[in-house]
Design a protein around this ligand. Sequence first.
Ligand code: SF4
Length: 208
Amino acid sequence: MLEILGRVVVILIVVLVALLVSLLLLCFVMLRTNRIFFPNFVLFIVSLFYEILCRLLSFFRVDPTLIDRVSVEMRNALNYADFAVTDPRERILLLPQCIRSTDCPAKLNSIDGFHCTECGRCAIGELSALSREAGIKMYTSPGGTFTERILMRSKPKAVVGVSCYPNLYEGLLKAKLMGVPAQGVPLSVSGCVNTTVDCEEIIKKCKI
Ligand code: SF4
């Protein structure tokens, strides 16, 4: 009996690994061809096996953010229609604090994050001016829990989030659970400090 059980477990593991490797290959194809296949199915499997998929990628010495990149593109595509019908003035723009200059004079407010003074030392100043012009509320958040609080307080109709791919993956998932259609824009250069963004791309996304 134990032997049969052991065989069943081995077969299940082999099938699972084969499924996950096939999924990773599909992700490669999607990135290469810029096309999206079976987004709901792929996102469902990714959410179930996220950790294992990242470990598999590391095992094959492939950039583990591949799974985040593909997931973000798929979520953006799936959310696009619901996002596009919202009034741009009822959307918010969420930025991570890592874009701030190390000499940033902005003060942190416990309710809505950093208050940019538009000193010109980083891209947030430009984004602050552009989003004000477009009538879009912008927030610079010091972290994930803070971001959730901003979302709950401001109750936006839609959101544009900017971050590194792994944080975007998580953020878009949370926004989906909160029922807020979101679009993610990755940082141009990621890291913990002095990260950079494409301001034009962000504002274009905000005004869709
Ligand atoms: S532009 Fe704003 S966020 Fe950037 S360094 Fe100046 S005050 Fe800080």
